[in-house]
Design a protein around this ligand. Structure first.
Ligand SMILES: Cc1cc2nc3c(=O)[nH]c(=O)nc-3n(C[C@H](O)[C@H](O)[C@H](O)COP(=O)(O)OP(=O)(O)OC[C@H]3O[C@@H](n4cnc5c(N)ncnc54)[C@H](O)[C@@H]3O)c2cc1C
Length: 233
């Protein structure tokens, strides 16, 4: 199924998208039709794959174009899996079904301009305010973020000095994304710089499973799950 999609629908068009450094949104409904949304997550309309199946999906997508594989792994493994592992039941019910059907898309923001490998030194802050949190800081290289409906943002809570995570909705005031231009590889992946300036998110946006960087599943281990098979993140 995946090889025929890739060979019939992606291979003929992808070189043009690569040249223009654009993402082929037209392919997304076709990926959704194959039921690949949600990868290893069980329930909520997700694919419920084994890790091996998710890895093979990634390899098959990458065989024709690495950008398509990166798109799905950022969506499935970074964004959705984080919500599934660390979100509340309500957050999962609200977000995962549409993400699984690829009616909405996801991104995941950990890396910052001055903090890549040393991710735990992140400088983005979350300040508790009435009814929610105010996020301030910058993220860099965030895949899918120029168009994603939901972006998981990792930030340091000013009160506790510990790392928390928040699901930020596209269009939130104070949340600005700009595309990173002139890449020499994975040109169809839309990597963004994110700037958060007094970006208010409600209490309900905070993932309750993250009370420090030592979450039940370390964010770096989420980051390097099937996504690592791209060799790109
Ligand atoms: C296509 C693409 C997509 C991405 N998507 C996302 C995403 O969706 N979300 C996200 O949060 N991030 C994303 N990233 C960012 C990625 O995770 C970071 O680039 C990565 O963590 C490395 O950080 P850095 O670029 O700051 O490099 P650096 O941390 O500056 O590292 C540069 C080099 O120095 C080496 N190095 C660093 N520290 C040490 C040390 N102490 N000792 C020895 N060697 C060291 C590293 O191994 C590397 O070779 C993406 C990046 C790319 C290129």
């Amino acid at each position: 199924m995946i090889p025929s999609l890739q060979e019939a629908e992606v291979a003929p068009i992808i070189a043009g998208y690569w040249e223009r450094a654009e993402f082929p949104h037209e392919v997304v409904p076709k990926i959704a039709k194959l039921g690949l949304g949600g990868g290893t997550i069980k329930g909520f309309g997700c694919a419920g794959q084994s890790v091996v199946e998710a890895g093979l999906t990634c390899i098959e997508l990458a065989r024709v174009d690495g950008s398509m594989s990166t798109f799905l792994m950022v969506h499935n493994s970074l964004c959705m899996l984080t919500i599934d592992l660390l979100g509340s039941e309500e957050q999962k019910q609200q977000l995962l079904p549409d993400l699984a059907a690829l009616k909405t898309t996801g991104a995941w923001g950990l890396t910052e301009p001055s903090n890549g490998s040393d991710a735990s030194a992140l400088q983005t802050t979350a300040t508790k305010v009435d009814g929610g949190y105010e996020l301030n800081g910058c993220k860099r290289w965030i895949g899918n973020a120029t168009f994603a409906d939901w972006v998981v943002i990792w930030a340091r809570n000013n009160e506790t000095n510990q790392v928390n995570a928040f699901v930020v909705k596209k269009g939130t005031k104070g949340f600005k994304t700009s595309k990173i231009e002139n890449k020499i590889a994975l040109r169809c992946v839309q990597n963004a710089d994110i700037e958060m300036t007094k970006c208010f998110v409600p209490d309900s946006a905070r993932l309750p499973g993250v009370n420090s960087f030592k979450v039940r599943y370390n964010p770096l281990s989420i980051k390097t799950q099937p996504a690592s098979m791209n060799g790109s993140i």
